[in-house]
Design a protein around this ligand. Structure first.
Ligand SMILES: NC(=O)c1ccc[n+]([C@@H]2O[C@H](COP(=O)([O-])OP(=O)(O)OC[C@H]3O[C@@H](n4cnc5c(N)ncnc54)[C@H](OP(=O)(O)O)[C@@H]3O)[C@@H](O)[C@H]2O)c1
Length: 438
């Protein structure tokens, strides 16, 4: 087991993840050219500072997200080392324990994966350097459906070794797209190692378009006993998974007023790589029209539906986290969401919808006109159920194949486990020796 001494930088305490993971995390896949034209020019420092100010203390990144780790690391480092100004000569520095940092390992490029223990170790040590931290709170194997179960097992074991022997990782999980593969792998890892995963991150599977992660528990999802037994959340819970996280509530930009253009000559970075077929993109544009006709924006409706349903469903399934609303002494469990934004107004809107969703949990409509209150939530849930789902027709609960047909891992066998001699490991070993000699 990992040590529970907090004094050495890499040995932070390890209570169950569901008691320490924040209920809303800011994802930073958006700090990359896949989402924005120039991530270096986006207000990433302001977004991260605003997140902390709003109480969003969890951050999700990956070495696969271009400069994301570097930009997030720079933003966090600036908050941890604030510059005094005439109006604030003694700014309070952010402490490492004030935020929960999540990254991933194993995905190098769109078609390049290396889950070998030596690459996983190198990747984790590089993340520490890029993020300017002595330890990572949670590390996932990134997009594990692209490699074999044996490779995932080896990578998870290495992450656990980095946790137990080197103290640079606190919790270990897997991330990916097809929920049945996530369930299979969680079951296999539990069976093979006797230890369940701390976390599973699923994305794009609890949205107004694709409800598969939460079926049959989502509102209107039907509930036969057979459906319940084989459902993803019941399987993950039985495999001992402590927390399941729901990411990409807007389907990676699919469920917004702008949507994803069907041609890639529009300047939209998403149009070039988004895995949705053109017919699905068009079907989602129809949803934007329906939302507008109801006086709403598709992004607000989609965020609210996912946040509200996931907060409830994950808690019912036993894969949520502790949460106490500000000003209340009574705690409860809620599902954890991972949002993605490219501006501070988007972050503020997401947080407002999240606060509305969690404060409306179990609340009856109160007759108030609060833009984010229970009455609005009721309106959103019925708009989704009565108009958006029928309009989607056969696209409701559709999930594209991942990996797509003909996928080949372009990392050559002979290169797997080969790590660059770029000073990352040497710097880590030197710092470790210096800590040990103290
Ligand atoms: N395999 C994995 O491990 C995996 C996969 C997916 C996601 N994730 C994590 O989960 C995070 C969330 O996923 P995501 O980034 O794909 O989130 P998402 O919510 O599906 O999409 C984010 C995009 O939606 C738009 N948006 C967000 N809030 C908005 C608002 N209030 N109004 C209008 N548009 C809004 C923005 O696009 P515009 O720039 O066009 O405004 C933003 O870039 C990721 O950043 C990543 O950290 C992990």
């Amino acid at each position: 087991m990992a040590s529970t001494t907090a004094s050495s930088p890499g040995r932070a305490p390890r209570p169950p993840l569901n008691t320490v993971l924040p209920p809303l995390l800011l994802g930073t896949a958006t700090f990359n050219t896949q989402y924005v034209a120039n991530p270096h020019a986006m207000p990433y420092r302001d977004i991260v500072a605003r997140a902390i100010a709003l109480g969003v203390t969890g951050f999700d990144t990956s070495p696969y997200y271009g400069p994301s780790e570097l930009l997030l690391g720079e933003a966090l480092h600036a908050l941890m080392n604030p510059t005094p100004t005439p109006s604030n000569p003694n700014p309070t520095p952010l402490q490492r324990s004030d935020f929960f940092l999540v990254t991933k390992a194993g995905r190098i490029a769109a078609t390049e994966f290396d889950y070998s223990p030596s690459w996983i170790r190198y990747s984790v040590l590089r993340s520490l350097q890029r993020l300017h931290v002595p330890y990572l709170d949670l590390v996932y194997t990134h997009d594990c459906e692209f490699v074999t179960p044996g490779e995932v097992l080896a990578a998870v074991k290495e992450l656990r070794r980095l946790r137990d022997e080197e103290g640079v990782v606190r919790y270990v999980g897997i991330s990916g797209f097809p929920v049945n593969v996530l369930c299979d792998l969680a079951e296999m890892i539990y069976k093979e190692t006797g230890e369940p995963l701390d976390a599973v991150l699923s994305y794009g599977h609890l949205t107004v378009q694709n409800r598969r992660l939460g079926l049959p528990f989502v509102e209107g999802g039907g509930k036969g006993q057979a459906d319940v037994e084989g459902s993803p959340l019941v399987r993950l819970k039985k495999a001992g998974v402590d927390v399941v996280l729901n990411a990409s509530m807007l389907g990676m930009g699919l469920l917004t007023s702008k949507g994803i253009p069907v041609t890639d000559d529009t300047g939209s970075p998403l149009a070039k790589w988004h895995p949705s077929p053109p017919e699905l993109r068009l079907a989602c544009m129809k949803l934007a029209e329906l939302a507008a006709a109801a006086g709403e924006r598709l992004e607000s409706v989609s965020l609210r539906w996912s946040l509200a349903e996931w907060a409830r469903v994950a808690a019912e399934a036993g894969v949520g986290v502790d949460f106490t609303s500000p000003g209340s002494s009574e705690g409860r469990k809620i599902g954890v969401a991972v949002c993605g934004v490219s501006s501070t107004p988007e972050l503020e809107e997401t947080v407002a919808e999240w606060r509305g969703a969690v404060s409306s949990l179990g609340q009856e409509e109160d007759g108030s006109n609060d833009k984010y209150g229970p009455a609005r939530q009721k309106k959103v849930l019925s708009l989704v159920r009565e108009q958006l789902w029928p309009a989607l027709g056969s696209w409701l609960d559709y999930a594209w194949d991942s990996p797509g047909e003909g996928f080949v891992n372009t990392r050559k066998d002979s290169n797997r486990g080969v790590v660059p001699d770029d000073g990352v490991i040497a710097a880590y070993e030197k710092a470790k020796r210096s800590r040990q000699s103290r």
